[in-house]
Design a protein around this ligand. Structure first.
Ligand SMILES: Cc1cc2nc3c(=O)[nH]c(=O)nc-3n(C[C@H](O)[C@H](O)[C@H](O)COP(=O)(O)OP(=O)(O)OC[C@H]3O[C@@H](n4cnc5c(N)ncnc54)[C@H](O)[C@@H]3O)c2cc1C
Length: 529
């Protein structure tokens, strides 16, 4: 097998990976491995914007307060302070680097409002902020000769030697297996929405970094906390395209099939209640009325709507809907994962030499629920900090006192009906079965029996997939499926373990928050089960 070497290895080319690469460019050779085109990432699809305390009526302390409130008792306050304070610095740097943002009549950056933010603080570039940030970072990465990007490179393993990460194994564009060794390795592989049947995430978002970290022996935290966005386009003939929360920030309203606004009946903050509340209320309203739920902007200025949300308006137009005038059918979809590979405030994981930043990481800034527009900020801030830490001597992060490892008792085995009936070789159906199971059993409403059943099925599938990659290590498709089932099982197990409801994690059988027993971050480590 061919072996390459580099000084710093970055896996992923979203906001976290690219920002880290820029920070490392002067320190040695940097290699970015990315499994699709470099622009294909959650970052490229981010719409609403990036939060930062830039307004006259705002401050990092206020931003921290809102972040901690949304996190429902589980935010790591030290990490939040880093996010909101350093966020201002790194966002200003992006503007200095040429990021184009919407501006008000006075020429100042226009700041949008989103749910659970107490002031306007979301910097945006139309409704395609992620694309604009990606453009700025990518142009900088391309301008330095020390950074090399290898596209269509699927990383399947982190190489570990004597208790430290020393490189990665990947399939290159031609399907060949290769090793690359490095002084420090950054997981910047993004989210995991694709393990659910309904998601706003692009195809690359399969949670690979969590599986990579887990198999390398790094600690994982908070995996039960998955955010379901309430307003993805809900039409059977179209993908679940995200209809950004920024629309509600500008006055859009959720209405039922009878045209009645309903959110104030569920929460005093109405349409701008926290995401998890809105998502569950939407499902309850559908159950109550038997009809669909819509987003309406018909009472707003049509020209403004078209100009402020051109990408969403165009997507709607393609399926025959006028965003400014027609009721837009919406429903929930998996959107963001708060948990991930546990890190300290310098992106260090529990494994020396391995770092994680962005959506794959769990710094604890989001707690049990992420405040809108804080994730681009997290990728930016902790990507930059990872670059600083990666240049220092590799050392592992420390387990904080509010992180607890609790042994997991595996449920009794069952025969995974819909998985094995389809047959081992039917890749598409196999993956569809996992995604369907995750949506039904580990989605917005969770309960012991269905979680128990899901864990048993996924454990059986996990063992079969593991045996398959061991038997046929050159089969790239087998690795993809192994990775998918690894993270699906970890999330299902974490959801079964936490017997309370908090933030985005809702257990129908334990509907209340239980600080006495559950105010801590649950940790998973391979081999500890
Ligand atoms: C539709 C949508 C709208 C959003 N809107 C907003 C918003 O307005 N504001 C906000 O703050 N957040 C938003 N988010 C969330 C935000 O976009 C993401 O959390 C953030 O961009 C993640 O950045 P990242 O760098 O961690 O990962 P990503 O941007 O997802 O990048 C991950 C990279 O890793 C690569 N990769 C993955 N696995 C492997 C592997 N095995 N081998 C090699 N490469 C791999 C991928 O190809 C990709 O390049 C939105 C997300 C979506 C999906």
């Amino acid at each position: 097998m061919a072996t390459d070497s580099t000084d710093f290895l970055i896996i992923g080319s979203g906001i976290a990976g690219l920002r880290a690469a820029i920070g490392l460019a002067g320190a040695g050779r940097v290699t970015i491995l990315t499994k699709a085109e470099p622009s294909e990432s959650n970052t490229g699809y981010a719409q609403g914007g990036i939060a930062a305390a830039l307004g006259d009526d705002d401050s990092p302390a206020l931003h921290a307060e809102d972040t901690i409130r949304a996190g429902d008792g589980l935010c790591d306050e030290a990490a939040v302070r880093v996010l909101v304070e350093q966020g201002v610095v790194y966002v200003r740097e992006l503007l200095d680097w040429g990021m184009r943002v919407d501006r008000g009549a006075d020429g100042q950056s226009a700041l949008g409002r989103e749910a659970a933010h107490s002031v306007r603080r979301v910097l945006h570039a139309g409704d395609a902020t992620g694309r604009e940030i990606g453009r700025v970072l990518w142009e900088r990465v391309c301008s330095v000769s020390s950074v090399m990007t290898v596209q269509h490179a699927l990383v399947t393993e982190v190489l570990v030697d004597q208790g430290a990460a020393v490189g990665a194994r990947f399939f290159d564009e031609g399907g060949r297996r290769r090793d690359i060794r490095a002084r420090a390795i950054l997981l910047a592989t993004g989210g995991a929405g694709q393990i659910f049947r309904e998601t706003t995430n692009p195809l690359v978002a399969t949670g690979d970094g969590v599986a990579l970290g887990f198999h390398a022996g790094a600690r994982l935290t908070d995996l039960e906390f998955v955010q379901f966005h309430p307003t993805a386009l809900n039409r059977t003939d179209a993908p679940r395209f995200l209809i950004s929360e920024a629309l509600r920030g500008e006055g859009a309203r959720l209405v039922n099939a009878g045209g009645e606004p309903f959110m104030t009946g569920y929460h005093p903050d109405g349409d701008l209640a926290p995401r998890d509340v809105v998502a569950r209320s939407l499902v309850r309203e559908v159950d109550r009325t038997g009809g669909a739920v819509f987003l309406t902007l018909a009472h707003l200025d049509a020209a403004y709507v078209q100009q402020r949300f051109p990408t969403i308006a165009e997507k709607c137009r393609q399926i025959g809907l006028d965003l400014a005038r027609d009721p837009i059918p919406v429903g929930p979809a998996a959107h963001y994962i708060m948990g991930g590979v546990e890190t300290d405030e310098w992106a260090r994981t529990s494994l020396a030499g391995l770092f994680a930043a962005g959506e794959v990481a769990c710094t604890g800034v989001h707690g049990a629920n992420r405040l809108a527009s804080n994730s681009l900020l997290e990728g930016l801030v902790f990507g930059a900090r990872a670059a600083i830490a990666m240049q220092q001597t590799a050392s592992a992060g420390r387990l904080k006192p509010d992180r607890r490892q609790i042994p997991f008792a595996s449920p009794a085995r069952v025969v995974p009906r819909e998985m094995d009936e389809k047959g081992e070789t039917d890749d598409k159906d196999d993956i569809s079965a996992v995604r369907d199971l995750m949506w039904r059993a580990v989605g917005l409403f969770r309960g012991r029996d269905s979680l128990h059943d899901a864990v048993a099925r996924l454990t059986q599938a996990y063992e079969a997939r593991e045996a398959r990659v061991r038997a046929a290590p050159s089969d790239g498709e087998a690795w993809r499926r192994f990775s998918l089932v690894t993270i699906a099982r970890l999330i299902a197990r974490a959801a079964l373990r936490r017997e309370e409801s908090r933030g985005s994690h809702f257990r129908s059988d334990f509907p209340a928050r239980d600080d006495e027993h559950w105010r801590f971050h649950a940790v998973d480590v391979r081999g500890a089960e």
